[in-house]
Design a protein around this ligand. Structure first.
Ligand code: FES
Ligand code: FES
Length: 161
């Protein structure tokens, strides 16, 4: 069995040809083989959510998925959120509503919220809090994260209307 396998990953609409060990996590592949260090690693065992990315539109803990499992799937990371210099509504809302302090958890929260809001931009407050409860933040106390996501949800709904 080869030590490494050649795979092609589709990340933010761009192809990355990489040679990776089959046991290498998607988070490590993104950070170390694709050079996309916006995906953060906290606990590395599925608890904190800092490594959350979207895989075929669904939020996934990238520390719990092997990179080789992601071949053929559409991966989205925090690097793909902004449109050039124009921030995504969620990034803008986090910025304007102090939804971050140290920022370590922020990419994970952003990708979690993007995935959830793209699936259901009309989430109730309770649903939104339930979704956000899957990720951990050691700084903010969560109130401003919830507020930012709620305001971004309003803007995303208005854009669709
Ligand atoms: S680093 Fe993946 S869940 Fe914490
Ligand atoms: S802003 Fe520091 S961990 Fe969330």
């Amino acid at each position: 069995m080869p030590d490494k396998i050649a795979i092609t990953l589709d990340v933010n609409g761009k192809s990355y040809d990489v040679n990776v060990e089959p046991r290498r996590s998607l988070a490590d592949v993104l950070r170390e083989d694709c050079g996309l260090t916006g995906t953060h690693l906290g606990c590395e065992h599925g608890v904190c959510g800092a490594c959350t990315v979207l895989v075929d539109g669904r939020p996934v803990r990238a520390c719990l998925m092997f990179g080789v499992q992601a071949e053929g799937k559409a991966i989205r990371t925090v690097e793909g959120l902004a449109d050039g210099d124009v921030l995504h509504p969620l990034q803008k809302a986090f910025w304007e509503n102090h939804g971050l302090q140290c920022g370590f958890c922020t990419p994970g929260f952003l990708m979690l919220a993007v995935g959830a809001l793209e699936e259901n931009p009309a989430m109730s407050e309770a649903e939104l809090r339930d979704v956000l409860s899957s990720n951990l933040c050691r700084c903010t106390g969560y109130q401003n994260i919830v507020k930012a996501v709620r305001l971004a949800a309003d803007e995303m709904r208005a854009r669709r209307a």
